[in-house]
Design a protein around this ligand. Structure first.
Ligand code: ADP
Length: 785
C-alpha cells in the first residue's frame, strides 16, 4: 500500500473528474456512483492507464456541465480500487485518496477532462513536540466528540486512536467530523499539517460545545412535548367522558361570556368577571372549582345591572292606591304623600343626589305597616322586595360569605336585588328592632352601610367582591318599637308611628277590606258570604285581643272556610253569619270583657301599659312584711320601672304625716312590689302613679278600687307628668270594662283622637298631682269607714 501511495511531487497530466457535493481527503476511501458521460469516460481512461484520477469538488453541486470556474482549484489524486458496472451506463467506484494536488490547467475537455496538476506535499514544518501536542489534543477532542455525537462509529474511533502520523490524523479527523463542503475544502487546501490540526482542534471544541447545547435543548424539548402530549391526551379523555355524560363545559362558558358581554357592568365588575371566566376556561373541566366560578358568574349575570323602572309619581294616583287598600290611617297616608311629593320635587329639580330620608313605620303587629309600604311601591311604580331582619345575628346574612367558604352565597341584600330584577326597587326591612348581634359580627353596622346614601352606591358583598350600586333603591323599614333600634340606625331614619286600631276601626277594616279579600281568596262567589256587624264585633271582642287586625283576618278566614263547607253541603246560594253562627263556627269566645266585679282590695292597683303589641291593663301588686326596710321588686321590670318604685317610696316617706303614717314606718317593714309578666311595657315611667298607689295602700292598709285604672309618671314632688300611648291605653281600659280612668291632665289633648263610643263607657279623671290620684283610687280604711 505504501508503495502505491508513494508521493508524487512533479507536475502531472491525469484524467480529471468533478465531484458533486462530495470531496475526498488523502488517506480516505470513498464509494460513489458516476453517471455523467464525461466522468465515465475519464474513469475508463484512468482504468486503462495508472488507475489514478484527479478528483475535485464542484463549487455548486447543481451545475451539470461545470467549466473551470465552477470547480475548486485544489483536489485529491486518488487511486481507483474497484469499478462496478451499474445498469444504464453508470458505474460505482471505490477510490482511495492519495495526495493533495492543485489544478494548473485543463489540457483536454472532451471526451473527458485531462488536467495538468501539481501535487502538494504536506509540510510538517512545526517542531516535533508541538505536533505531538497538537495530535494528542486533537485525538482527545475527537474522542470526546465521538462520545457525545452519534456521528462517529466505534470502529472509526478505534482507527483514529491508532493513527500516529500527524498528516494522516488530520485528514481522517477532518473526513469524519466536518460536514460542510466549504469546511472540508478549506482543510484540504491547507498544506501545513500543524495549522490543519490547530484548525481542527478549534472546530472540534466548538462542535463539542454545540453538540452539548443541542442535546440539552433536545432533551428539554422532548420533555415538553411529552408533557404536552400527556396533558392533551388526558384532556381529550375528560372531554370524551363528559361528552358521554352529556356535559359540555365549553358551551357553558361561551354562553356565560356572551351573557356577560351584553351586561352594562361597571369597569371593575367587567374586568373581574372576565378574569374569572378566563380562569375557568384554563381549568380542567369538571373540577369543583369550575362549578364554583360558574355559579359566581351566574350570580353576576342574574343581577339587574342597569335595569330601572321609571318612577310614576302622580300624587292623585298615589292617594287613590293608598285609599283603595287601607281604611283610616289618615296621618300615616298624609305623611306618605308628603314623602312622595318631596321625591317628585327632587326629581323635577334633577337633584338625584339629595337623599330621601329612610322611612321607618313603627307600630304593633298587624296594623298595616307592610301593607302601606307595598302601597308606596305600587304608587311609585317600583318593584317591591321584603326582607325580615328579625333574628338576624350574623353580618354574613346581610353581606354574604367570602367565596373561600364552601357553599358560599351572596347576602340577602344581593339576593333581594336579584329577585327584584331592577336597580331601584322599594326594599322593605321588616323588624329592624329585632336584629341581634353576637360574635359572628354586627349586622347593624352592615345595615348602616346599606342604608347610608354615601356608601351604598358601591356596596360590597363579600361573595361578589364587586361594587354594586344600591343608591337608587328606596329603603323603608318597619319596627314594633323604636326603643331597641340601634341608635346609629335610628339616627338615619324618619319615624312614622302607626297606631293601634279601635274596635270601630277594626269593624270598618273587616267590612271594607278583609271580608271582600277573604271571600275572594276562598273562591266564594261574590255576595255569597254576609257577616253582620254584630257578628264582626263579636269576633273582635270574643276571639281576638290585638292592636292590629291579623287575628281578626285569620278569624274571618276560619269563618269563611266553615261557610264554604256549609254552602257545598246545603247546595245553598249564600250564607249569612250572625252572632249565633259565630259561636257555632268558631266555638265559645276565648276572651271576655272582664267586667269589674272585684271588691276593692289592699295593695293591688290596675295600671295601664303601652306595650309593643298595643295597650294592656297591668295589675301591680304590693305587699309588706315585718323586716328591716328592704325594697324588693319582682316580675317584669325594666330599670326605669325600678327607679319609679324608688321614687314612689321616697314620696310616701316624705308625705307620711299627711297619710297618717309613722315617719319610720318603713324601718320595720320589708316591701315587695310585683309587676306581672306580660308584654314588655314600652314606657316604664308611666307606672309611677300606680306604684305610689299600691305602696301607700299596702303600708296604710287602705283598699284600692278595682274598677279604676291609672297611668302617669310622677316627680319626687308629686306632680303627675304626661305619658304616651293614650289611645292604646284607653282601648285596653275599654276592653277590661273599667269604670274610671285616671289620666295626666296634660294628656287631655290626646282625647280628641279617641272615638266617642270608647269615651262613653268610662269616666275620665284628669290628674295634676298624685293626691288627685290617691283621692279617687284609695278608699278609707275599713275601721275608719
Ligand atoms: P304589619 O306589617 O303592621 O304587621 P300588615 O301590613 O301585615 O301588618 O297587615 C296585616 C293585614 O291587615 C294585612 O292583610 C293588611 O292588608 C291588613 N290591614 C292592616 N291595616 C289595614 C287597614 N287600615 N286597612 C285595610 N287593611 C289593613
Amino acid at each position: 500500500m505504501e508503495t502505491k501511495r508513494k508521493k508524487i511531487v512533479k507536475m502531472k497530466r491525469i484524467p480529471m473528474m468533478p465531484l458533486r457535493g462530495l470531496m475526498i481527503f488523502p488517506h480516505m476511501a470513498l464509494h460513489f456512483d458516476v453517471g455523467r458521460p464525461r466522468s465515465v469516460a475519464a474513469l475508463e481512461a484512468a482504468m486503462l492507464d495508472e488507475q489514478r484520477i484527479f478528483l475535485v469538488a464542484q463549487k455548486d453541486a447543481e451545475t451539470e456541465n461545470p467549466g473551470q470556474d465552477d470547480i475548486y482549484q485544489v483536489g485529491t489524486i486518488a487511486q481507483i480500487k474497484q469499478v462496478l458496472n451499474l445498469p444504464g451506463n453508470s458505474l460505482r467506484v471505490l477510490v482511495e485518496g492519495i495526495q493533495r494536488a492543485s489544478l494548473k490547467s485543463i489540457i483536454q475537455e472532451d471526451p473527458f477532462w485531462v488536467a495538468s496538476v501539481q501535487p502538494i506535499p504536506s509540510s510538517d514544518a512545526a517542531q516535533g513536540n508541538v505536533l505531538q501536542a497538537l495530535m494528542r489534543t486533537a485525538q482527545e477532542l475527537f474522542e470526546e466528540f465521538a462520545r457525545i455525537s452519534s456521528r462517529v462509529s466505534e470502529e472509526t474511533l478505534r482507527s483514529v486512536s491508532d493513527v500516529n502520523e500527524p498528516d494522516q490524523l488530520s485528514d481522517v479527523i477532518a473526513a469524519n467530523v466536518l460536514t460542510r463542503l466549504e469546511d472540508r475544502q478549506a482543510i484540504l487546501e491547507e498544506a501545513g499539517v500543524a495549522p490543519r490540526l490547530e484548525r481542527l482542534c478549534e472546530i472540534l471544541a466548538r462542535e463539542i460545545e454545540l453538540t452539548g447545547i443541542e442535546k440539552q435543548v433536545q432533551s428539554r424539548l422532548k420533555k415538553q412535548i411529552e408533557k404536552n402530549q400527556k396533558d392533551y391526551y388526558l384532556r381529550e379523555q375528560i372531554r370524551a367522558i363528559q361528552e358521554e355524560l352529556g356535559e359540555n363545559d365549553a358551551a357553558e362558558s361561551d354562553a356565560l361570556r356572551e351573557r356577560l358581554e351584553k351586561l352594562p357592568l361597571n369597569e371593575e365588575a367587567h374586568d373581574k368577571a372576565m378574569r374569572e371566566l378566563d380562569r375557568m376556561a384554563r381549568m380542567a373541566p369538571g373540577t369543583p372549582e369550575v362549578s364554583v366560578i360558574q355559579s359566581y358568574l351566574e350570580w353576576i349575570c342574574d343581577l339587574p345591572w342597569g335595569k330601572y323602572t321609571k318612577d310614576d309619581l302622580n300624587l292623585k294616583r298615589a292617594r287613590d292606591i293608598l285609599d283603595a287598600d287601607h281604611y283610616g290611617m289618615k296621618q300615616v297616608k298624609e305623611r306618605v304623600i308628603e314623602y312622595l311629593a318631596v321625591r317628585r320635587m327632587q326629581q323635577q329639580a334633577e337633584q338625584g343626589t339629595v337623599r330621601a330620608p329612610i322611612l321607618c313605620f313603627v307600630g304593633p303587629p298587624g296594623v298595616g305597616k307592610t301593607s302601606i309600604v307595598k302601597g308606596i311601591a305600587k304608587a311609585m311604580g317600583r318593584k317591591f322586595i321584603q326582607m325580615s331582619l328579625g333574628g338576624v345575628r350574623d353580618e354574613a346574612e346581610i353581606r354574604g360569605h367570602r367565596r373561600t367558604y364552601i357553599g358560599a352565597i351572596p347576602g340577602r341584600i344581593i339576593a333581594g336585588m336579584k329577585q327584584a330584577g331592577t336597580m331601584n326597587p322599594v326594599f322593605l326591612f321588616d323588624e329592624i328592632d329585632k336584629m341581634g348581634n353576637d360574635f359572628r359580627g354586627d349586622p347593624a353596622s352592615a345595615m348602616l352601610e346599606v342604608l347610608d346614601g354615601e356608601q351604598n352606591a358601591a356596596f360590597r358583598d363579600h361573595y361578589l367582591e364587586l361594587p354594586f350600586d344600591l343608591s337608587q333603591v328606596t329603603f323603608i323599614t318597619t319596627a314594633n318599637t323604636k326603643d331597641t333600634i340601634p341608635a346609629p340606625l335610628l339616627d338615619r331614619m324618619e319615624i312614622i308611628e302607626v297606631p293601634s286600631y279601635t274596635e270601630e276601626e277594626k269593624l270598618q277594616i273587616a267590612k271594607r277590606h278583609l271580608l271582600p279579600r277573604v271571600t275572594a281568596e276562598h273562591g266564594l262567589p261574590k255576595g255569597s258570604l254576609h257577616v253582620t256587624d254584630a257578628a264582626i264585633r263579636m269576633m273582635i271582642e270574643g276571639y281576638t285581643r290585638e292592636a292590629g287586625v291579623r287575628t281578626l283576618q285569620r278569624t274571618l278566614e276560619h269563618a269563611a272556610r266553615k261557610a264554604a263547607v256549609e254552602l257545598l253541603e246545603n247546595h245553598g246560594k249564600s250564607v249569612t253569619i250572625g252572632k249565633t253562627k259565630v259561636a257555632e263556627y268558631l266555638g265559645a269566645p276565648r276572651y271576655q270583657r272582664e267586667l269589674p266585679e272585684k271588691e276593692p282590695c289592699v295593695g293591688v292597683v290596675n295600671g295601664l301599659a303601652y306595650t309593643v303589641v298595643g295597650g294592656e291593663t297591668l295589675a301591680v301588686e304590693c305587699a309588706t312584711m315585718p323586716g328591716s326596710g328592704a325594697l324588693r321588686l319582682t316580675g317584669q321590670l325594666g330599670d326605669v320601672m325600678k327607679e319609679s318604685a324608688q321614687a314612689a317610696l321616697s314620696w310616701i316617706r316624705a308625705h307620711s304625716k299627711e297619710y297618717g303614717l309613722d315617719p319610720d314606718f318603713y324601718k320595720e317593714l320589708d316591701i315587695h312590689i310585683h309587676v306581672p309578666e306580660g308584654a314588655v311595657p314600652k314606657d316604664g315611667p308611666s307606672a309611677g302613679v300606680t306604684m305610689v298607689t299600691a305602696l301607700l295602700s299596702a303600708v296604710s292598709g287602705r283598699p284600692v278600687r278595682q274598677d279604676v285604672a291609672m297611668t302617669g309618671e310622677i316627680t319626687l314632688r308629686g306632680r303627675v307628668l304626661p305619658i304616651g300611648g293614650v289611645k292604646e291605653k284607653l282601648l285596653a281600659a275599654y276592653r277590661a270594662g273599667l269604670h274610671t280612668v285616671l289620666l295626666p291632665k296634660e294628656n287631655a289633648k290626646d282625647l280628641e283622637d279617641i272615638p266617642p263610643y270608647v269615651l262613653d263607657t268610662f269616666r275620665i279623671v284628669l290628674t295634676e298631682k298624685i293626691d288627685d290620684v290617691l283621692h279617687v283610687a284609695l278608699l278609707p280604711r275599713e275601721s275608719e269607714e
